[in-house]
Design a protein around this ligand. Structure first.
Ligand code: DOR
Ligand code: ZN
Length: 411
């Protein structure tokens, strides 16, 4: 049995935690905060096909170091995760890598929607957490942009009571902008993948969710207009929920000046007014979840010129410290952080309760440094930033991992 004595909870109460374990251990929790094991519903751990960027050994280590005990992995792998077979092959690789890592991470997989594989959906119901639809092209080859395929996918989600998660940007707008903006600086990315593309994508996804009366989770919301559409849809009773990422909340397009390609992500970073609106939407509960969108690429890939460098940045190790720093800056409450990283993901994805815990030292201050990172890509857009509030113990299935060293105290 693991006992954590006298620990602070997000609601301000204190209690003792009792966690079934093969080892006996008592932790003095009096100077720590307990959050239920964090759930990151948006990671790209890159297996299979891109293990030079990340795999489930380094990915799981990064998750534990970041305070996460559950992750949901995206389907834009190679091959894409779009069938019963690719799902089970991916699962076998993950199990092997987690075994090697010695980290029994809870995980779930998305099925990527592909118009040539609609018949796979019914075969995969027990193996997936949701469907993922890329309404515009991003990293990988998944894309469902034509109306008839989108209708077919939403109808299938209705038939099988599946949650749809969308990368909702409008492909036509992006293609038009690609022709229009020929400059080759990284900041062009925010002009090519502009606010209009995001709003059009979200508008379409919401109209389909309304039409088919299905549960829709809109990923990485980044603009004022998307927020207005989501707010309105929620008011109308559409079954829509939304995610924001730390990069859209804590970075804006000024970041291209210092980060160059490291700031290139899909959807793109916006100007400050959108970032402030997003923060307000998080505070107001219009945004339901924070996903890290942990999307590692190597520094070599990121050194390529605009147009060749891939979009995405790692984030699972910096998400909680960023949120806790926002708490210290009076931007978020601890209860909001728990809702965004555990309670709402659990409800939206209909997950069972777990006795996993993330124990946080709210007073710990550290500057993000690549030497501390577990992600295989070895960099963070937040390097050099000092944050306050870090996970120190991650308790997963009765095993205590010290988040700083990743040594398992009991395994
Ligand atoms: O920036 C991004 N990177 N956005 C995506 O949609 C995909 C992701 C990746 O897999 O690299
Ligand atoms: Zn993503």
């Amino acid at each position: 049995m693991i006992t954590v004595e006298n620990i602070l909870l997000a609601d301000g109460q204190r209690k003792d935690l009792f966690i079934e374990s093969s080892t006996h251990k008592v932790i003095d929790g009096s100077s720590l905060l307990a959050l239920p094991g964090l759930i990151d519903t948006h990671v790209h751990f890159r297996t299979p096909g891109h293990e030079y960027k990340e795999n489930w050994i380094t990915g799981a280590q990064a998750a534990i170091a970041g305070g996460y005990t559950t992750v949901f992995d995206m389907p834009n792998t190679t091959p894409s995760t779009i069938s019963k077979q690719t799902l089970s092959e991916k699962k076998a690789l993950i199990e092997k890598q987690l075994e090697e890592a010695g980290i029994p991470l809870n995980y779930g997989l998305y099925l990527g929607v592909d118009k040539n594989h609609f018949d796979e959906i019914s075969k995969c119901l027990l193996d997936i957490v949701a469907l993922k639809i890329f309404m515009s092209s991003s990293t990988g080859s998944l894309l469902v942009s034509d109306d008839s395929s989108l209708h077919a996918a939403f109808a299938l989600a209705k038939a099988f009571d599946l949650l749809i998660c969308t990368h909702a940007e409008d492909e036509t707008t992006i293609l038009k902008n690609t022709d229009l903006y020929q400059e080759k600086t990284f900041s062009t990315h925010s002009l090519v993948r502009d606010e209009v593309a995001a709003a059009k994508g979200v508008e379409k996804a919401i109209s389909l969710a309304k039409l088919y009366n299905i549960r829709l989770h809109i990923l990485h919301v980044s603009t004022q207009d998307e927020i207005a559409l989501i707010r309105q849809a929620k008011d109308e009773g559409v079954l829509v929920t939304a995610e924001a990422t730390p990069q859209h909340l804590f970075l804006d397009d000024v970041a291209y000046n210092t980060l160059g390609s490291k700031a290139q992500i899909n959807p793109a970073l916006r100007d400050k007014k959108h970032r402030i609106a997003l923060l307000k939407a998080v505070q107001d509960g219009i945004i339901d979840t924070i996903g890290s969108d942990h999307a590692p690429h190597t520094l070599e890939e990121k050194a390529l010129p605009y147009g060749k460098a891939p979009s995405g940045m790692p984030g699972i190790e910096t998400t909680l410290p960023l949120l806790l720093t926002a708490y210290h800056n009076k931007l978020l409450t601890l209860e909001q952080i728990q809702k965004l990283t555990h309670d709402n993901p659990k409800n939206i994805y209909r997950l069972e309760s777990q006795n996993d815990w993330t124990l946080v030292d709210l007073a710990m201050e550290k500057t993000i440094s690549k030497k501390d990172l577990k992600t295989k890509c070895g960099w963070s857009a937040f390097e050099g930033m000092t944050m306050k509030g870090f996970p120190v113990y991650t308790i997963l299935k009765g095993h205590i991992f010290t988040a700083q060293t990743l040594g398992a105290l009991t395994c």
